[in-house]
Design a protein around this ligand. Structure first.
Ligand SMILES: *[C@@H]1O[C@H](CO)[C@@H](O)[C@H](O)[C@H]1NC(C)=O
Ligand SMILES: *[C@@H]1O[C@H](CO)[C@@H](O)[C@H](O)[C@H]1NC(C)=O
Ligand SMILES: *[C@@H]1O[C@H](CO)[C@@H](O)[C@H](O)[C@H]1NC(C)=O
Ligand SMILES: *[C@@H]1O[C@H](CO)[C@@H](O)[C@H](O)[C@H]1NC(C)=O
Ligand SMILES: *[C@@H]1O[C@H](CO)[C@@H](O)[C@H](O)[C@H]1NC(C)=O
Ligand SMILES: *[C@@H]1O[C@H](CO)[C@@H](O)[C@H](O)[C@H]1NC(C)=O
Length: 468
């Protein structure tokens, strides 16, 4: 109880500091790149943490390195704050596929400023033990940190992730947040990470105190680590008033992001999955589109996030959904606005990584034939040129949405994705609006010819930092 009371006092101090920080904030409508001096003056206004101190620091020593991979084999990399960010996640899920018996292709990292390894096992939190990396069979090259850092790339670990964030779901007090923050900081220090990326999908409103405490504790115990947060896009459909809390993906952030924003270096907008399984019975729409990007940027700006802290996210996969019987009788629309099936489940909807057959599940029988047919088409089209080629497979590029869709009338499936052309166009449309960077989810999910990767990192933002 004593700890909790002390903490309440420190929260009050923090609130004051936020107010002070905002007085020198760059106006949100200012779309020019932010200068280093602006950043510095802004940071200096942050009042130092005066709350409880934690002594459970981790250390990067020869004795502690993980047997799997660790940053202890190389020197930390800090990216300048005024440099545009090119961020990519690399998920352990994409390291277990048999396809990955090939050695990792280090050229994939060439255009990045930040790599985020998505491979922390948070289960140990339950047993009050330090966090660990996932099993050794979920493997990255053991020298992944060194490979990336030799290219000047800052390496973070993602804490959480879809279905890997159960431990966050149980935190609802400041004390819970302190415990979590302490674990995360310790892991980051032990492994000599450059940064910490929080992937809680997604906080509820009643987790506000826990979240604020978590962030404060991380900044206290791992002060030099870059701190980033992965946040959801604004969905195509606002959740119903009586929807379960898990569908109200933005409510938690709306409740507390403004308060923690000054402590966060950047946020990764997960600007995809804007239509998903919660949308059964609604109309088919693009899961990633220009209007969705803009809507999401606007929403986070309204929550107090400065534009230069936002990285616009691009997914290396298509989403597919069954449409309801007899609800797609509009020829020429190629599925857009068709009514989606209810309920949408793992059997009649899903994600399809661009990487050939990577996510193919032959047991999905209801649509199996259609999917197999689609796979053949997918892998035979020339992804480099988007529009022309997709016409051949009865798909369409929508130049307003800057997104692609297709309708498979045999399997009654709506498909939505961004072709390389769509990626470049939508990225270019938003590149100079003052956003701080782009993010890709994720490495290892792209087509073998890596055209989506290049569309983003070479064709759109390749020359972003020239002249800075
Ligand atoms: C995560 O850690 C728990 C023990 O805390 C273990 O049982 C589980 O197998 C681990 N999972 C992975 C994917 O490493
Ligand atoms: C916090 O979680 C516990 C256990 O799940 C629950 O009993 C309690 O009501 C929650 N408190 C708040 C403030 O949501
Ligand atoms: C889809 O619905 C939207 C909103 O009702 C409408 O503006 C648009 O024209 C429709 N598009 C198609 C292709 O039916
Ligand atoms: C799924 O398809 C396979 C191959 O066509 C068939 O053997 C199997 O019986 C089907 N399963 C169901 C549940 O329909
Ligand atoms: C794909 O299109 C590009 C651009 O037109 C062309 O250079 C390339 O040769 C094509 N690839 C294949 C496999 O047809
Ligand atoms: C293109 O996308 C926009 C925005 O989602 C939508 O309103 C419009 O109906 C689409 N056009 C066609 C021809 O599908």
């Amino acid at each position: 109880m004593r700890g909790a009371a002390t903490f309440a006092n420190s929260v009050a101090v923090f609130l004051v500091s936020v107010t002070a920080g905002l007085t020198v904030a760059v106006p949100v409508e200012d779309s020019r790149p932010i200068s280093r001096s602006q950043l510095t003056s802004r940071q200096e206004t942050t009042t130092p943490w005066t709350g409880p101190r934690y002594v459970d620091y981790g250390r990067c020593t020869k004795d502690t390195p993980s047997k799997i991979y660790t940053g202890c084999d190389s020197e930390p990399v800090t990216q300048p704050l005024d440099r545009k960010r090119k961020v990519a996640y690399w998920s352990a899920y994409d390291a277990v596929n048999p396809d990955y018996d090939d050695p990792f292709d280090p050229t994939l990292l060439d255009d990045l400023t930040h790599l985020i390894l998505f491979s922390v096992n948070m289960s140990a939190f339950e047993d009050n033990k330090p966090l660990t990396w996932t099993h050794s069979e979920w493997k990255f090259p053991t020298d992944i940190f060194k490979i990336a850092r030799d290219k000047g790339i800052s390496v973070s670990a993602a804490f959480g992730g879809w279905d890997m964030d159960q431990q966050y779901k149980r935190m609802n007090t400041s004390m819970d947040g302190e415990l979590m923050g302490n674990r995360i900081a310790k892991f980051a220090m032990d492994n000599n990470l450059d940064g910490i990326d929080l992937d809680h999908e997604y906080p509820y409103e009643n987790q506000k105190d826990a979240w604020i405490a978590m962030i404060e504790t991380i900044k206290l115990n791992a002060p030099d680590k870059t701190l980033s947060v992965a946040v959801p896009a604004v969905p195509v459909y606002e959740p119903a008033e009586d929807a379960p809390p898990k569908q109200k993906v933005l409510d938690g952030y709306r409740a507390m992001l403004k308060q923690v924003e000054p402590k966060i270096d950047f946020i990764n907008l997960m600007t995809y999955d804007m239509i998903n399984r919660d949308n059964g019975g609604r109309l088919a729409s693009h899961h990633s589109s220009l209007e969705g990007f803009q809507r999401t940027i606007d929403a986070y700006e309204a929550m107090g996030v400065e534009k230069y802290k936002m990285n616009l996210g691009f997914a290396n996969y298509a989403k597919w959904f069954s449409v309801a019987d007899d609800k797609c009788d509009q020829p020429g629309h190629l599925g857009l606005n068709c009514t989606l099936a209810t309920p949408l489940t793992e059997v009649n909807s899903g994600a399809f990584r661009f990487r050939y057959l990577m996510n193919f599940q032959p047991e999905y029988n209801r649509t199996g034939e259609g999917l197999q047919e689609w796979n053949k088409k997918w892998t035979s089209f020339n992804a480099t040129i988007g529009i022309e080629i997709t016409e051949k497979i009865d798909a369409t590029y929508n130049s307003t949405a800057m997104a692609n869709s297709a309708y498979d009338d045999v399997a009654e499936l709506f498909w939505t994705w961004q072709s390389p052309f769509a990626v470049t166009e939508s990225c270019k449309a938003l590149r100079d609006t003052g956003i701080g960077g782009v993010m890709n989810y994720g490495l290892g999910q792209d087509t073998v010819d890596k055209v989506h990767h290049d569309a983003l990192f070479k064709h759109c933002v390749g020359d972003w930092n020239k002249g800075l």
